[in-house]
Design a protein around this ligand. Structure first.
Ligand SMILES: NC(=O)c1ccc[n+]([C@@H]2O[C@H](COP(=O)([O-])OP(=O)(O)OC[C@H]3O[C@@H](n4cnc5c(N)ncnc54)[C@H](O)[C@@H]3O)[C@@H](O)[C@H]2O)c1
Length: 141
C-alpha cells in the first residue's frame, strides 16, 4: 500500500535486516513508508544502514530484551514527534512534493538561472526548525 498521504506513517520491523524482514523493509521504503528496522545482527544492520543511509532507521536490538525493546519503541515515537514539532508546516512531505522539486531543478525552462543551489523541500525545517533545535529553544507540548 503506498504511503503517500499528508502524514506518512512509520512502521517498526523487527528482524528487519535480513530475509523476510529485510524484504519488507525495502518494499515499504520504496513506496514511501518511514521504516525503523530493528535486528540483533549488528553486521546486517550496518549493511542496511550503508545501503539506505538516513532513509531508514536501522538499530541493533534484541527484541527479547524487554527494557531495550520498550526504549527503542518510545525513541522512534519521540524522534518523530520532535522533528514534526520543529517543522513549521507540522507534517512530513509526501513523496511527490520532493519529486516535483527535482523536476523543477532539472527543467531548464523552469529554473534556467539556478545553478549550484540547494533547495530545501522540508516544510520549513531547515530555515526555522533546525535553527530552533540548534539554539535549544524550550520545547512546547
Ligand atoms: N523464509 C521462509 O520461507 C519462512 C517460512 C516460514 C516461516 N519462516 C519464519 O519466519 C522468520 C523469518 O524468516 P527469514 O527467512 O526472514 O529468516 P532470517 O534468518 O533471514 O531473518 C531473521 C532475522 O531476524 C533477526 N532476529 C532473530 N532473532 C531476533 C531477536 N531476538 N531480536 C532481533 N532480531 C532477531 C535475525 O538476526 C535475522 O536478521 C523465521 O522465524 C522463520 O523460521 C520463514
Amino acid at each position: 500500500m503506498p504511503n503517500t498521504g499528508s502524514r506518512p506513517r512509520t512502521v517498526i520491523i523487527t528482524g528487519g535486516a535480513s530475509g523476510i524482514g529485510l524484504a519488507t523493509t525495502e518494499r515499504l521504503l520504496a513506496v514511501g513508508w518511514r521504516v525503523a528496522a530493528f535486528d540483533r545482527d549488528q553486521a546486517a544492520i550496518a549493511k542496511l544502514h550503508n545501503a539506505y543511509g538516513d532513509k531508514v532507521r536501522a538499530d541493533v536490538l534484541d527484541v527479547t530484551d524487554e527494557p531495550a525493546a520498550e526504549a527503542a519503541v518510545n525513541n522512534v515515537a519521540a524522534v518523530r514527534r520532535a522533528v514534526l514539532h520543529h517543522t513549521p508546516m507540522r507534517r512530513y512531505a509526501v513523496p511527490d512534493e520532493v519529486a516535483t522539486a527535482t523536476l523543477f531543478l532539472l527543467d531548464g525552462t523552469q529554473s534556467s538561472f539556478i545553478t549550484g543551489a540547494i533547495l530545501p523541500v522540508d516544510g520549513g525545517f531547515t530555515g526555522a526548525g533546525l535553527m530552533e533545535l540548534e539554539v535549544g529553544l524550550p520545547e512546547e507540548d
